[in-house]
Design a protein around this ligand. Sequence first.
Ligand code: CP
Length: 316
Amino acid sequence: MRSFSGRDILSLKGFEREEYFRVFQVAEALAPIARDRRNTDLLASKTLVTAFYQPSTRTRLATEAAMHRLGGHVTGFSDAKMTRAGDFYQESIKDTVHMLEFYGDVIAMRHFQQGAPAEAARWSSVPVINCGDGWGEHPTQVLTDMYTILKEKGRLDGLTFLLIGDMRMRTMHSISYAMSQFDIQAAYVSPPDMSLTDEFKKELDGLNLRYREVEHVEQAIAEADVLYMEPVVQPDYTKSRDERSGDVGMTPANYQVTRALMRKAKPDSIILHSLPRMDELLEEVDYTRHARYWGEAFNGVVLRMALLALVLGKME
Ligand code: CP
């Protein structure tokens, strides 16, 4: 297995099966710190720089919380408008990163341009963690998802996933790469204009992922162990900020998960959603035995504690 020390976490493409298990093992070792609501000193000599060019509630705050739990320091920005990258100068990723690399020991970046964290990593002497890049990928979210599934189901091999929503979404790319490392079968259901691209399907074929596309949720719900959801009423992820204006439309019933639909699901199936949600996941589902998306708030901190400890070389 490759060492994590000093490594960028940019994509789950090429992230190997053993590496998932190593990250989950470290997460389990560090979880008691977060569970007891303690802070330790494992990363007391380290600083995290958060560079968020797009809004975030979960990813930025969970990464910062993880650093605090490990006794580290945090600096950064959550709105690029307050930096030179977001004003008259439109400062480049390269020039910005040549500064940030001396302000801390690891950079967590979210950006509206696909590939921006990879561009940052080209110029950075410290590890860069991709916290979501345009429609590209969202590795830390999907590592959290897979960790949650492992904890809930006790295994990753032998499961069937039903993926519902906008397949252009960065989580859908990362989870597809993740599924390909395990004995997982996938069924994708999306509106036709949000389906898997031919180019991405070619990639999935090359990865030997066993998947099918279905038109209706009802065609796959009965076999699913995991329902993995994203909205179909979405902002434009290529923009630094997409405000809601006027009527944004409702989610068609075929891409909605309701209490009534879950009566057709396996009794022990679980639902994950990276959040935030629109009306594709009704609040009534929160009170069913299937909902696991709130538990991801805790797991998201623990998982990022593991990643930070690994890339900063404090766990091997
Ligand atoms: N899951 C997720 O990426 O949420 P945020 O956009 O709030 O970070």
